[in-house]
Write a protein that binds this ligand. Sequence first.
Ligand code: SF4
Length: 228
Amino acid sequence: MSVDAERPGRREIGRVHRRLRRLYGPRPAPREKQEILDALIGTVLSQHTSDVNSSRAFASLKARFPDWDAARRASLATIRSSIRSGGLANVKAARIRAILKEVHAERGETSLEHLKRMSAQRIKRELSRLPGVGPKTVACVLLFGLGRPDFPVDTHVHRVARRLGWVPARASAEATYEHLAARVPAERMYELHVLLVNHGRQLCRARDPRCPECPLLPGCDAGSMQLG
Ligand code: SF4
């Protein structure tokens, strides 16, 4: 499926950003950066669950182990029981353990802090080599963990972008990421990502989007079609 190379332009991106900020309030990037492994494990835990559940699972994991090396040496069952509140505990525990073991095997320490000195391209390459770490997880670690500009496309950003007409209705999440990461100005990436996720949860829901209340309706392909 080809992607419309013209949209969204800078003006359209700016307009959507301003309208969402007005609707939901500003979401500035936090000043404090995380440890990279914290950001990576936190992203794994955030998959297919709510923010509340994943935060609870992350806090429980951090409370259970004094550091990531202790988690690496723990049994799968111990990790699993520590993250039970986050959902999909079997899959996530196995992924977390595999990541920690691979990091240690490659570096001789259970840390990824050395990546902080590297270029974004190099960081992407290094993270992508870890088991179960795909482009969305890498983009989340860059944006949230390292404060580097990137534009993760989760299920909400993907849905809103397709409905707005920024990418074709059948564009994959990967194609949507490639398209938007090349078009959204770096200084808008963090806040626009967070606002679009919020919008996908609140108004532009998967079922029953609330188009009549949406400030993005003028200029939205799906909304205009739905309301005729
Ligand atoms: S107008 Fe409707 S489809 Fe378009 S962004 Fe708003 S809620 Fe989503």
